[in-house]
Design a protein around this ligand. Structure first.
Ligand SMILES: O=C(O)CCC(=O)C(=O)O
Length: 292
């Protein structure tokens, strides 16, 4: 894969193992709340020192000191670019490919433990991304359900964790959720503009929309079918989040077979094939069985 050899590296401060960490948490209440509301807030996922490492990595990616150009997009390119130096909604897919040991940090390890506690022990990591809304970029992420972006699979258990690297408030783009909407149907989604990747769906007066402000280092979880939305950032402060997603190991295998990898692979067919073989090895698929 076309990632430089001299990639940035992080060293995590020592801390409890994810299993030790989660032992002292109110997991029964988390399961109940997530099952009822389709979302959950977990305060203080990160210590201050851990948060600073993510903030540093994220800043370096946004500023281009860590070059993520291949996986960087403007998710808000539906509107004219509002600030000349940055995308309306800066999306960096697969940040863990660009920073050695990023995926060994507390976001990946603690969140996996929580995801398994919420949805079952067969839940595994699927993908990660950074979503940043810079000051005065004022571009909303419309109401949608994440499931609308993916191939249809039999087992719908999937969740996303949105860890905020800044204090997330209404006016800089904190998460909003449709309480209980995960129990409803997958709604019809349409691109916000023809040819645009961003999807939106209709909402109704009967939807119970909740604005969820959280401090930096805390996170929200939402089910793949939970309606969610963020306002544009109209403040002079950055709003950065690292998003990690999870689904059952069996369904991830189906995603890999179907060639769906959340934009991980490159266009080059040799790399494409090699990468597929690596994924196949990871998920224990025979190589001959892999569709390329
Ligand atoms: O970070 C945002 O503004 C939107 C996040 C979102 O919609 C998502 O993770 O699906």
């Amino acid at each position: 894969m076309a990632v430089p050899n001299d990639i940035h590296s992080v060293i995590w401060p020592s801390g409890p193992s994810p299993m030790e960490w989660i032992k002292s948490k109110p997991t029964a209440m988390w399961r109940e709340t997530f099952g009822k509301d389709g979302y959950l807030v977990v305060k203080d996922l990160l210590t201050k020192a851990e948060l600073e490492i993510y903030q540093d990595v994220c800043t370096k990616m946004i500023q281009g000191d860590i070059d993520t150009a291949t996986h960087r997009h403007d998710l808000g390119n539906v509107a004219e670019q509002k600030q000349s130096y940055i995308e309306n909604i800066c999306q960096i897919l697969w940040p863990s490919m660009y920073v050695r040991h990023l995926d060994e940090g507390p976001v990946h390890r603690r969140v996996l433990a929580i995801a398994q506690c919420l949805l079952g022990e067969d839940i595994v990591f699927d993908h990660d991304m950074i979503l940043a809304k810079a000051p005065f970029t004022d571009t909303m992420t419309p109401w949608h359900q994440d499931e609308a972006y993916w191939p249809d699979v039999a087992d719908k258990r999937a969740l996303m964790c949105w860890t905020s690297l800044d204090n997330a408030v209404k006016d800089n783009g904190c998460m909003w959720f449709g309480r209980g909407s995960h129990k409803g149907m997958l709604r019809v989604h349409t691109p916000v503009k023809e040819g645009c990747h961003l999807l939106s769906c209709e909402t109704y007066e009967s939807d119970d929309m909740v604005c969820v402000e959280i401090p930096a280092g805390s996170c929200t979880f939402h089910h793949a079918r939970t309606l969610h939305y963020t306002c544009g950032n109209t403040t002079n402060q950055m709003r950065r989040a690292i998003v990690t997603s999870y689904r059952s190991a069996a369904m991830l295998k189906e995603f890999v077979r179907a060639g769906h990898d959340h934009g991980k692979r490159f266009q080059d067919t040799t790399e494409h094939e090699d990468e597929f073989k690596k994924s196949a090895a990871l998920y224990d698929l025979p190589h001959d069985d892999v569709i390329v």
